[in-house]
Design a protein around this ligand. Sequence first.
Ligand code: BG6
Length: 482
Amino acid sequence: MYFKETKGFPKDFLWGSASAAYQVEGGWDADGKGVTNWDKFVRIPGKTFKATTGDKAVDHYHRFKEDVKLMADMGLKTYRFSIAWARIYPNGNGEINEAGLSFYDDLINELIKYGIEPMVTVYHWDMPQALEEEYHGWENRRIVDDYVNYATTLFKRYGDRVKYWITMNEQNIFTSFGWLKGMHPPGKENDMKTFYQVNHHANMAHAGAVLALKELYPDAKVGASFAYSPCYAFDRKPENAMAKADYDDLQNYWWMDIYAYGRYPRSAWAYLETMGVTPDIQDGDMETLRKAAALVNFMGVNYYQTCVAEYNPIDGVGMSNAMNTTGKKGTAQVQGVPGLYKNPANDFLPTTDWDWTIDPMGLRMCCRDITSRYDLPIVISENGLGAFDKVEDGQVHDPYRIAYLKAHIEELKKACDDGCQVLAYCTWSYTDLLSWLNGYQKRYGFVYVDREEDENYGTLNRIPKDSYYWYQKVIETNGEEL
Ligand code: BG6
């Protein structure tokens, strides 16, 4: 749309940045923390780039005061971070670990001291390993109660200071990588039936947490963060437009319809029925999902890229785990679902060194689509560029990151003018951190951290990059100076 006048970002817009516990904290066995599924998974040979782990990560656990001070100097309005379940309940349930609870008390208080709004993700993929061993984690319905109990512990402890809560980070990613691609724990491949069952459990866990939070704090703001890749039809051929519709129902609306409406899209459900992979749903589940959906305050969106859908014949390409985790451009492979769609590259768009499509307008598309379909406010909970950064004379010049973020913020501004209610924009990430499968060389932060793949190399010193100072100005001018 074209507007004669533009309004730009609302006055109280939350300019933010994000992280996740496993990727920044380190202190993997500190102060009573239990072992997680990721602590185990990274030790399986060949699973992560150069066998990197989050054992030490960027040592945020011990350096959070320094990190928060840098945030304050930057003028950050919100910091999104996740809580490690195994710090709170080392075994996932049962005995509580006070030292873990007080670590996050300190972090939250430190943020509040500087006027930075804490935005808490309850679950960003690190599950206590004890639950895997006790009952196979997300595969068992028992996880719903354990997750809701854990989430409720957080709400009770921090709800007086934390207003923004994100129940789940990228349920679509951790479940597809965990049960279809074998690339995240528990490392299963092509197990469609379990994949959908796991998702139903995660949906019930999300819903239970929303209901529990609203009971305790009716004014709290809650949503889930979805990894949303809007999709373009390959061309004007009707079968490619249908491939896009199939992609949207199965890859996007399957999750977002649950969060916003508490229902599964009908055509996706019909497809699952023919494949014999529908999840078991208990009496009352759909009502619980609907009740929770009515209480959700925003759609969280992690936006990195768009994709293309082209019809994929029944003997066509399948799901592959051939991803580019090395940063050698051009090594990713086309994936798809036989009989429905495949996702070829988009010739109109550039890509990162890890073959991720760069499409700033896609961010506006996300907002427009969510606004039309759900009419919900939006929190952009992640957006950023993974790149190789270099220190030169004690500085890090990252004009490519500034260009990437600038272009995306420009499009977000247009989304605000389009009438979308965007509440926050969190870049990924604040400091450099561990990229789950891609090691430490894939850097996302405003703040460089001196460390290499091998944790014995590097001082862990922090160096603000050029993008740090650029974002400082963006915040100061509420997005007017980009
Ligand atoms: C999102 C996750 O998928 O993207 C983050 O929520 C992740 O945890 C980020 O780090 C970037 O992905 P990657 O694979 O480049 O680290």
